[in-house]
Design a protein around this ligand. Structure first.
Ligand code: 5GP
Ligand code: ZN
Length: 114
């Protein structure tokens, strides 16, 4: 998708603070962090929202969660705790329409979220 911000990050057209990558996913620091550790995991493949996922994408979703686990360990928040969030559509707060998993930690996380 030529006009997708996160596809441009995947292609290296827009810089990011990359901290993890493999053949399926990339993880980088959020530009506007909402917690001391706030990292996004995105698939290399363009998928606009969780609603567009299909059974063929099962492996991608699994890779996203496993990448988040590895990043949490790397960041030293695996024991203190972290939150994984995927916002789907505007009403849930999605602003970039290329799916991404937020990893947030390093502070007490409240429940329910706002
Ligand atoms: P959403 O609101 O769609 O769930 O999350 C999008 C996230 O992407 C936001 O937390 C926002 O701060 C982050 N973001 C938006 N543009 C950029 C960018 O150019 N670079 C990085 N690293 N993060 C971005
Ligand atoms: Zn995209």
């Amino acid at each position: 998708m030529s006009d997708c911000l996160f596809c441009k990050i995947v292609e290296g057209e827009i810089p990011c603070d990359k901290i993890f990558e493999n053949d399926q996913v990339i993880a980088f620091r959020d530009l506007n962090p909402q917690a001391p550790t706030h990292i996004l995991v995105i698939p290399r493949k363009h998928i606009s929202t969780v609603n567009e996922l299909t059974a063929d994408d099962k492996n991608i979703v699994g890779e996203m969660v496993l990448a988040a686990q590895a990043v949490a360990k790397q960041e030293g928040i695996e024991e203190s705790g972290y939150r994984l969030v995927m916002n789907c559509n505007e009403g849930a707060g999605q602003t970039v329409f290329h799916i991404h998993l937020h990893i947030m930690g390093g502070r007490r996380m409240n429940w329910p979220p706002g």
